[in-house]
Design a protein around this ligand. Structure first.
Ligand code: GDP
Length: 465
């Protein structure tokens, strides 16, 4: 047992890294809480060759858990408390090992007591992600699907969840497997030129074209990266502008409920307010900032300082301008002084001055009434265009992550050269390049993968997953 394994507790905290020594041993029995603290029930999971025996050691019902009642939920007792138990027989379980799950009363104390019982009955504490790691080792899922499990858990919008679920079901894996097979065939074709150079074999005349087709598929997968990053990480969006421009009103409209306090007194949002929301299907971390203006009030000054930091860190800024203000140049001067280059200028309160001639501004500009909602669609178009260069982003079938993209890029880099070598008859180098591209594509799904990569992937998981 690793030192971290010993100290891991029932709280479900994800440590920042994981040692794989314990995980590489997939023949012992592991246990961990599968639910976080604070819920009505806690689920403890056991996986391993002796999961059934250990389950029956700690849980007692009318009949013991067995193959005859596999996948049936049974009521009994575990320790001093009532508990439900279910047995999933290998290989028909999440991990591919024998699995027992025990459902006990929620709360850290009940789950901790049961966990201790399991640890003293033949289990060791599972490392973060170890159940999923076993599923990978047992061939229940490939590496892309294992990563999709983490994506499902972390999904911040319905679109992100849909893509993650599709990838968990194998949508990306199937495309990558098809590319791998194609590269394998093309490599074999090139190698046969080396093995039988003199023979009059029926050579495939389209090898170069087929390599180009593979390159196009890799490129298409790579192009899902931008939307993939946005769906996984969310977009940071800041509302900025002078006090009273309508930032809090817009935040409430975007989020759909009264999250920020809207008042007519300038300077009431003294701190930044952060909320998560979904705009045009994209998960968004939305920050309402204190209005930017010069102030002698030390609390307001600190708020203004925080606003500047939020603006600097955000990917997109809506810069609100009060279209009904007497002095429009004051509104504009603050924007020129403080707005980041890609800001979206928003003339707000347009309902008060529908006929007013407003100064021309460079870059994206939207006219809005945060009060009535007029112009909101145009604002969301401008937002999505800035976030993913598309005002109406369609939900992608697949969306690669940073690790996939790096390997795809490397694989892709092999192919133009391979085409040139095929065309000039240099099949030895072409086959080496195709083999390397195949290896790189295989590393994405985990056909060939280094332990430190596995470490990196599974360390993102929580204990119990
Ligand atoms: P903030 O200081 O920038 O957060 O501004 P608030 O959202 O608190 O709004 C300041 C005042 O302007 C409030 O009285 C709002 O009701 C009003 N307001 C905000 N947006 C609009 C708008 O589009 N039209 C009108 N007529 N009033 C607005």
């Amino acid at each position: 047992m690793s030192s971290r394994g010993k100290s891991a507790s029932v709280t479900g905290i994800c440590p920042p890294f994981v040692l794989l020594y314990d995980m590489m041993n997939t023949s012992d029995n592991i246990a961990a809480p599968a639910t976080g603290i604070g819920g009505a029930i806690s689920i403890l999971r056991i996986s391993g060759p002796d999961a059934l025996a250990i389950g029956n050691r700690v849980w007692h019902g009318k009949t013991p858990l067995s193959a005859a009642n596999a996948r049936k939920m049974l009521l009994g007792r575990a320790g001093s408390d009532s508990a439900l138990a279910v047995y999933m027989k290998a290989p028909a379980s999440y991990t591919g090992d024998d699995v027992v799950e025990l459902h006990c009363h929620g709360g850290a104390a009940a789950a901790d007591a049961l966990l201790r019982l399991l640890l003293s009955s033949g289990c060791r504490m599972a490392e973060p992600g170890e159940f999923t790691f076993r599923a990978f080792v047992n061939g229940k899922m490939d590496l892309v699907q294992a990563e999709a499990v983490a994506d499902v858990i972390g999904a911040g919008s319905e679109q992100a969840l849909n893509v993650a679920e599709r990838q968990l079901a194998g949508s990306l894996s199937h495309r990558l497997d098809a590319v791998w097979e194609k590269l394998n065939e093309l490599r074999a074709e090139c190698e046969s030129h080396l093995d039988f150079p003199e023979e009059e074999l029926a050579w495939d005349p389209d090898v170069a074209a087929k390599i180009n087709a593979v390159a196009a598929e890799l490129q298409a997968l790579l192009e899902t990266r931008e939307l993939g990053a946005t769906l996984r990480d969310g977009v940071s969006l800041v509302l900025a502008g002078r006090p009273n421009a309508g930032k809090s009103s817009l935040l409430n409209r975007l989020v759909g409920y009264d999250r920020a306090i809207v008042t007519a007194i300038p300077g009431t949002t003294r701190d930044t307010v952060e909320v998560s929301t979904v705009l045009r299907g994209l998960p968004v971390r939305l920050t309402d900032t204190a209005g930017l203006r010069r102030s002698n009030d030390p609390i307001e000054r600190e708020g203004v300082e925080r606003s500047r930091r939020s603006i600097a860190a955000a990917r997109i800024t809506f810069w609100l301008l009060d279209a009904s203000a007497e002095q429009l140049d004051e509104e504009l001067a603050e924007m020129e002084r403080s707005a980041p280059p890609g800001r979206i200028a928003v003339w707000n309160k347009i309902d008060l001055v529908p006929e007013r001639e407003l100064p021309e501004l460079p870059g994206p500009v939207v006219k809005l009434s945060a009060k009535t909602g007029a112009g909101l669609d145009a604002l969301l178009d401008a937002f999505a265009a800035a976030a993913v260069h598309d005002p109406h982003p369609a939900e992608p079938e697949v969306a690669v992550n940073a690790r996939h993209a790096a390997l795809l890029r490397e694989a892709l880099a092999q192919l133009p050269e391979a085409v040139r070598n095929v065309e000039s008859g240099d099949f030895e180098i072409a086959s080496a390049q195709l083999r390397e591209a195949r290896r790189l594509v295989g590393a994405i799904t985990g056909r060939s993968v280094e332990p430190d990569i596995l470490d990196h992937i599974f360390s993102r998981f929580c204990i119990g997953k």
